[in-house]
Design a binder for this molecule. Structure first.
Ligand SMILES: Cc1cc2nc3c(=O)[nH]c(=O)nc-3n(C[C@H](O)[C@H](O)[C@H](O)COP(=O)(O)OP(=O)(O)OC[C@H]3O[C@@H](n4cnc5c(N)ncnc54)[C@H](O)[C@@H]3O)c2cc1C
Ligand code: FES
Length: 408
């Protein structure tokens, strides 16, 4: 009897597999056909993954979301408005980012995008992506056709990050300095705190190359009209036209200080500065503020860095390694497969490893490596002191030998 049931089970599994494969083939043929017609769906459209891919894709607990709007804001920036497939709210603090997981040519890649929408409207989340020359994901997303993208699904991790203004109930000014796509967290901060903190005043200095590059100009100007006494906005352009009446120049120390002086921040006022943009701009603005006697603790920065995996010669791509995870005095041995991060290996084996962004940007997955060698994707958010103390970020670390790690 048992063997009959076994045989029947095997046969029906075989039939199911054949049916699944037929579905995949039908789908692939349809995709090629759409390719030929030039209507290929975006890369994050649902696709039937192989067993191994499906496992890798769902190892980390990403939530599934649907694109409800896709808006080309400028020639090189697109906003995706997202809804959770189960209707769950997006609970985040203004200034935080989410991790978008997309599959490009069969590879799962993750990128961070700051929320650009208000945290007070959690039923929808807006992420805005500016093209980076030769960038893999930013260019794919910017090539999306508005109609075709609507309804497509993608996977999201987060929210993550601590680029969050400290809460305040007393009068103060927030100085927001943005360069290019660095406006996204600031826009979320403005939308949220203009409503939530009636005592806070905002000064935004927004640097761009040319007028057409200014992201969310209409939205920012509308906020300015709605709250005339609470926002001061300076747009600064590197290459303005003759008719431009705003600030001019690269946002270096001199240009920034000129704009700061126009913003009427009063001496002795309680001010916190949040900077987000290219490194050179943030360094110049920080130096300028320090030269004016600002306390370094009141200056915060968000880097839109992209972490890159170690080169293949630096990481052992052929051999699985053993990882011993120690937590609250209990140790457990698990296997780390080639190309798997310590985090993916741990979570796949059911170890409750903490994480949030899964791309080296938040520090939530920090573990202490007490034995063995790992190689990490760089740059990442680990501090020098943490490195020296033996900490690694499990989400971007690959085992280069057997390793022993301690969870916090
Ligand atoms: C916390 C955080 C929040 C972010 N929020 C946003 C956001 O709201 N909007 C947004 O558009 N981007 C944001 N980014 C950047 C984003 O995550 C990607 O790095 C960016 O979209 C490039 O990805 P890509 O796949 O196109 O480029 P990749 O294929 O990863 O990189 C291609 C090349 O571009 C360079 N590069 C990568 N990123 C940048 C960059 N930001 N500036 C200049 N050169 C770069 C790389 O060094 C590489 O040479 C954020 C990054 C972080 C860490
Ligand atoms: S989970 Fe954010 S750094 Fe690893």
């Amino acid at each position: 009897m048992v063997s009959v049931v076994d045989t029947w089970a095997k046969q029906s599994r075989f039939v199911r597999e054949l049916r699944d494969r037929a579905l995949v083939v039908r789908r692939d043929v349809a995709m090629v056909a759409r390719d030929l017609r030039g209507t290929r769906p975006p890369p994050f459209h649902e696709r039937v993954a192989s067993r191994r891919e499906a496992h890798a894709q769902h190892t980390l607990a990403a939530r599934s979301v649907r694109v409800v709007e896709c808006v080309h804001e400028t020639d090189d920036a697109v906003s995706l408005v997202l809804e959770d497939l189960r209707g769950a709210p997006f609970v985040f603090r203004p200034g935080q980012f989410f991790t978008v997981c997309v599959r490009v040519r069969g590879e799962l890649v993750r990128r961070a995008y700051s929320a650009s929408s208000s945290a007070l409207e959690p039923s929808r989340l807006r992420l805005t992506v500016k093209r980076v020359p030769d960038g893999l994901v930013s260019n794919l997303l910017n090539e999306l056709h508005e109609e075709a993208a609507r309804g497509s699904r993608l996977e999201l991790l987060g929210p993550s990050g601590d680029f969050i203004p400290s809460p305040s109930t007393t009068p103060r000014t927030l100085l927001l300095v943005a360069g290019g796509s660095g406006i996204t967290p600031h826009l979320s901060i403005l939308h949220t705190l203009l409503v939530r903190e009636p005592q806070t005043r905002f000064v935004l200095i927004d640097g761009n190359r040319k007028e057409q590059d200014i992201l969310f100009r209409a939205e920012l100007d509308a906020l300015s009209r709605q709250y005339p006494n609470r926002i001061h906005i300076s747009y600064v352009l590197e290459s303005p036209t003759d008719s431009w009446g705003g600030g001019v120049g690269v946002l270096d120390q001199a240009t920034f200080l000129k704009e700061l002086d126009r913003s009427e921040i009063r001496q002795g006022e309680s001010v916190e500065a949040l900077l987000c943009g290219p490194d050179a701009m943030m360094q110049a603005v920080r130096a300028a503020l320090l030269s004016r006697g600002w306390d370094a603790r009141r200056i915060r920065e968000e880097r839109f860095f992209a972490s890159h995996a170690p080169r293949s010669n630096e990481r052992d791509q052929s051999t699985p390694h053993r990882m011993t995870v120690i937590h609250q005095g209990i140790s457990r041995d698990i296997a780390v497969l080639p190309n798997q991060t310590l985090l993916e290996a741990g979570v796949a084996s059911g170890v409750a490893m903490p994480y949030s962004c899964a791309l080296g940007g938040c520090g939530a997955c920090k573990v202490k490596c007490v034995e063995g060698n790992v190689v990490m994707s760089e740059p990442n958010c680990l501090l020098d002191k943490e490195r020296n103390d033996g900490y690694v970020l499990a989400c971007v670390s690959f085992a280069a030998s057997s390793v022993r790690v301690e969870l916090p």
